[in-house]
Design a protein around this ligand. Structure first.
Ligand code: B12
Ligand code: SF4
Ligand code: SF4
Length: 243
């Protein structure tokens, strides 16, 4: 029988295949559902965060996948000071692709007798506090896919410009080792603040991130109504690679 992680990787890659112009090779990481970091998350986040076993009682592994935007899309936002339509279009496409990956993995794993539970790429979140109770970024860090950057996003070895999804399963897969160093240039050398300099709303500062300010900008107060997302803090030197 095909090993479960091989199967997971094959399914994700097959779904991405028709979208090669828009996404690069996915990065997939595995976290143990009983990783002690999950016990501390509500405390770290200062908000309710589900433990994987509150979502799936016999959870063993959290599978996290990162689909990095293609270099063609990244080139469109690099050097720009405002959002471009290619970023918006990839944002929308990524939502669709991530949902498809989640649904397909769930169906396929079921045929192996593996139960799973997914969170949508944009979960139902508290629209006042702007927080969810299932953080893909936190799981990405626990699953060894990346580290936090000054941009408050997760940076992977293939950069920060991309999107995450995760699925909780009741099969055991060996956890991915976590990187020992930050992928962010600023945290590594103190030399880069490009994300802060490029943020058009003033939400992202060296010492803080004002999610309400960012959200107001994303909400369309400063963006054309057909455009979604904002790629500026994802478009620095770490856009397509980690350091
Ligand atoms: C709500 C939300 C927003 C809100 C508010 C964000 C916020 N609360 O900070 C708004 C609308 C402002 C927003 C903006 C953006 N978002 Co958003 N957003 C989300 C969403 C739906 C939930 C995030 C959330 O509230 N989580 C709960 C909070 C409490 O945790 P958190 O923010 O994820 O991360 C915290 C912890 O991980 C913690 N932490 C601190 N120390 C440590 C240490 C350890 C060891 C661990 C484990 C954790 C940890 O630090 C973080 C901050 O406190 C997620 C999808 C998801 N379900 O995860 C996408 C998500 C975070 N967004 C994403 C993106 C891409 C964006 C934007 C670039 C817009 C865009 N799509 O073009 C901007 C970037 C703004 C920025 N610089 O951070 C991506 C991130 C990709 C990446 N490379 O990291 C996500 C994961 C969506 C996805 N499916 O990929 N977002
Ligand atoms: S742009 Fe520079 S400082 Fe900002 S997250 Fe990327 S590497 Fe870090
Ligand atoms: S998404 Fe745009 S507005 Fe929000 S922090 Fe990043 S650069 Fe600033």
């Amino acid at each position: 029988m095909e090993a479960i992680e091989i199967r997971i990787e094959r399914i994700i890659k097959e779904i991405l295949l028709p979208h090669q112009d828009f996404f690069r090779e996915p990065i997939i990481g595995y976290a143990a559902a009983n990783d002690p970091l999950y016990d501390k998350l509500s405390q770290i986040l200062q908000a309710k965060h589900y433990h994987p076993r509150e979502i799936l009682p016999h959870a063993q592994t959290v599978v996290v996948y990162f689909i990095p935007h293609s270099l063609a899309v990244i080139r469109k936002i690099k050097g720009r000071q405002k959002i471009v339509k290619e970023w918006s279009e990839n944002y929308t496409l990524a939502n669709r692709v991530l949902s498809e990956i989640g649904e397909q993995l769930k169906l396929d794993l079921q045929t192996y007798g593996v139960e799973s539970a997914t969170e949508p790429p944009i979960g139902n979140y508290d629209t006042i506090e702007l927080t969810t109770s299932w953080s893909h970024k936190a799981s990405a860090v626990i699953a060894g896919i990346g580290t936090f950057g000054l941009n408050h996003l997760v940076i992977t070895r293939s950069g920060t410009a991309g999107r995450f999804g995760s699925i909780i399963i009741d099969a055991t897969i060996r956890p991915t080792e976590r990187p020992t160093q930050s992928y962010c240039l600023y945290y590594k050398t103190g030399q880069c603040k490009v994300c802060v300099e490029k943020c058009p709303s003033g939400a992202l500062l060296e010492q803080s991130f004002d999610r309400f300010r960012c959200n107001a900008y994303l909400d369309g107060k400063n963006i054309h109504e057909l455009q979604q997302g904002c790629g500026m803090c994802s478009s620095g030197p770490c856009a397509s690679k980690g350091f």
